[in-house]
Design a protein around this ligand. Structure first.
Ligand code: 0XW
Ligand code: MG
Length: 368
């Protein structure tokens, strides 16, 4: 089987509510999504998506994905999409780094490989759990009152997991954590996501002040060096998210004990092929995981769900459904959707969901 054509689509996905990371530091209103259709001479078609969370979240942006694909496309043309490692090596040779630009191609290849094998991607990867995965909300609010309101909105939709964005102001952050903990329901999973918003000193102040609550903080500071510098000086559990990009990052975090949890975002780490290795580093070092899309439509959520299903149930804290935050549905209600706060793995071979091409409009680039 050979890749014969790659079509690239650009779609804007507006957020239903404006959204702030790190206590108001970064604002997001619209996501720039790139959808990729890979065609083969066998007739099988695969879909991939790359949707960064705006341009300011991590070093990734929508136009960068499309430019990266322009460079990569000639090198993957003619390859067998079922041989995902060969496609991965061709992309890494053609364009070192730029993992987020490669992820949609990797995803579309896994979609085709699954269809060819007659298996959902998670089963092709070695076996997917059918235990529904709790969806984490993403609570991008600034004040304690707004935080309660947004959490309530998600609780009404059945959500039992929440990622509450804090960061920036020590006293306000301590107060917000205490407030959320005071209304936390039994069994609810809450992660306090700083999105790199603290200096080392701010991180130490909040993380020591909150030790009595034993709550988890995600990405407290900008870099792994910062997280390493404060590690051992506080007793709060840590999840690393933005600073977990490469396999080398994963081995460093594991070896140096910098986090108890990995936040694996598929687009950031370069897709399923690379994310599966990071998963394995986590598992052998007794590190749990949140597995998510970086953003995007139900297609991106579904890709993350497949990887999440290959993580043992006890080690997978939650996934995320960005689809619940955007106003455009490119797949007409198909694919895994929120059912009482959980996503269920699709049984259809491959990814298990495809977009409506008329919603995508004309491709912005076609390579053959
Ligand atoms: C808000 N998210 C869930 C979406 C973006 O990927 C960032 C992420 C987070 O962990 O902050
Ligand atoms: Mg995060």
């Amino acid at each position: 089987m050979k890749i014969t054509r790659i079509s690239v689509y650009h779609v804007d996905l507006p957020l239903e509510h404006p959204y702030w990371l790190s206590g108001g530091r970064l604002k997001f209103e619209i996501l720039d999504a790139t959808l990729v259709k890979i065609e083969t001479e066998s007739g099988l078609i695969g879909w991939g998506e790359g949707t960064p969370w705006g341009h300011t979240y991590v070093p990734a942006h929508g136009p960068g994905i499309r430019a990266g694909i322009e460079t990569i496309a000639p090198f993957v043309m003619g390859l067998d999409p079922r041989r995902v490692l060969e496609v991965e090596r061709a992309m890494d040779t053609a364009l070192p780094g730029h993992l987020y630009a490669k992820s949609p191609i990797d995803m579309a290849c896994w979609d085709i490989a699954g269809q060819a094998a007659g298996l959902p991607i998670a089963d092709l990867m070695g076996g997917g759990s059918r235990t529904p995965r709790p969806i984490a909300s993403s609570v991008g609010a600034k004040t304690a009152e707004e935080t309660r309101e947004v959490m309530e909105r998600y609780r009404d939709r059945g959500y039992v997991a929440h990622s509450v964005k804090i960061g920036g102001a020590v006293e306000r952050d301590i107060a917000r954590v205490r407030d959320v903990e005071s209304i936390r329901k039994p069994g609810e999973i809450v992660l306090y996501d700083v999105n790199r918003g603290w200096t080392r000193q701010q991180a130490l102040k909040v993380m020591t002040a909150c030790e009595d609550m034993n709550v988890m903080f995600e990405q407290p500071c900008e870099t792994l060096d910062d997280i390493a510098a404060i590690s051992g000086r506080h007793a709060s559990p840590v999840s690393v998210d933005e600073s977990l990009v490469t396999l080398q990052d994963a081995t460093r975090i594991a070896r140096d004990g910098l986090a108890e949890v990995f936040g694996i975002k598929l687009n950031r780490v370069g897709g399923l092929t690379k994310a599966a290795r990071i998963r394995d580093i986590a598992l052998v070092h007794c590190i749990d995981m949140f597995v998510m899309a970086t953003g995007g439509s139900v297609l991106a959520d579904t890709e993350a769900l497949h990887l999440a299903a290959t993580v043992p149930d006890d080690n997978c804290h939650a996934v995320w459904a960005c689809q619940d935050m955007i106003t455009v549905d490119i797949a007409g209600g198909r694919g895994p959707r929120n059912r009482n706060g959980h996503l269920h793995l699709p049984e259809t071979p491959g990814l298990g969901v495809y977009p409506d091409e008329d919603v995508l409009g004309d491709p912005v680039a076609v390579y053959r």
